[in-house]
Design a protein around this ligand. Sequence first.
Ligand SMILES: Cc1cc2nc3c(=O)[nH]c(=O)nc-3n(C[C@H](O)[C@H](O)[C@H](O)COP(=O)(O)O)c2cc1C
Length: 182
Amino acid sequence: MHILHIDSSIRGSDSVSRQLTASIVSSLTANCEASVTYRDLSGIPPETLAAEADGRSLSYVDEFLEADTIVIGAPMYNLGVPWRLKAWIEALAVPQKTFRYTASGPQGLAGGRHIIIAYACGGYHSGPTEDFVEPYLRAVFGLIGITRVDCVRAEGTKAAPGQLPQILEDAATCIAEITRQA
Ligand SMILES: Cc1cc2nc3c(=O)[nH]c(=O)nc-3n(C[C@H](O)[C@H](O)[C@H](O)COP(=O)(O)O)c2cc1C
């Protein structure tokens, strides 16, 4: 198994999604022989992301296609994903590489991969008008043909700071379940 490990939180060592991605990757590598490529999007300059997103460089999409399992730290910032994560996703949607247009709509070309999302949000959000993180990620990975998407959710990280140990414990149970089947 080759794992691509992506972090996008701007909150450094305080980040909950970073803790979750680290524990997902360590659980996956404990269960089977795996190699890991790590990419931290938080410090990437806008011009680098722009070059990847407009196709002048294809290194992010090539790196993505080399992986069987992609673990993505996805914090909620203003109801959606951080802008650098959005730019990284733009770099993945490359016609003829990860999807193609057909008369009956787009067809995904990147299927067969497993995505594990580590979602963290400060409050509690649900429904199509409040949470643009998990539904967006499922839709966009579906567009490129990936339907095997699991999500580990840590909600209320700011609403109830005293509850953080419990939130992390619940997430750990979910991680154990997902990685056992990976
Ligand atoms: C710029 C910014 C915007 C945020 N917007 C939201 C929001 O819309 N809804 C929410 O529930 N929490 C929001 N939060 C709180 C984060 O979702 C929360 O801190 C979560 O733990 C972020 O993941 P991280 O710890 O990995 O950065 C925001 C935090 C930041 C820094």
